[in-house]
Design a protein around this ligand. Sequence first.
Ligand code: 2AM
Length: 202
Amino acid sequence: MDDGPAPRGPRTERWRLFIAAPLPDWLREEIDARVTPMRSASPHARWVHTANLHLTLAFLGDTHPGDVPQIVDAMRGAVSGRGAFEARIAGAGSFGGGRRRPLVAWLGLEPGARELVDLMRSLQVLLGIPPEERSRRREQVHLTIARDAAPDLVERLREIIVPPLPAWVVDAIWLYRSHLGSGPPRYEELERAVLAGGDGDG
Ligand code: 2AM
């Protein structure tokens, strides 16, 4: 049966959404200062733009804008009863690295990883993400620094976090809309859910 042309207009509008814990400006700048010398040594890697450094908790992908209120409800449910917590960048690692899966180099977190995984799991349940989509990789709390990276870049990342970066307080999670274009993506802050005791201003 011919269903005719697909409906157009607002009903088919999709926003590329994700939920993440942001990093305070001073921390992004500090990471940038330490990573900058690495960029010129590895110009072929795709380096995450400093303004875009974040800790992803859930990637929602193309989503109908009308679903945003439910997503925000899930975020509020996930933070409910949870306090703001301390986090610090610690360790480095990678995903992929095979021919078909280019290496993603990231910095880890300790303390703060356990709390972020708890938040991730709550979000997955409240957002109705099916268990088969809850991969271990996504549960590895990570701050992506570069994609299409060379393997030695992970070693270099371990070196740049000596001396350690200062800790900060994670006090909110944000729903972001990602605008893709020719340059780095632009992340628009849509809504936030504040953890108990936080003001959400980073
Ligand atoms: P990550 O690099 O922190 O793992 C915004 O696009 C964020 O969503 C990215 O930084 C990435 O998180 C995650 N993301 C992007 N595309 C994705 C996909 N197809 N599947 C899962 N996560 C994705």
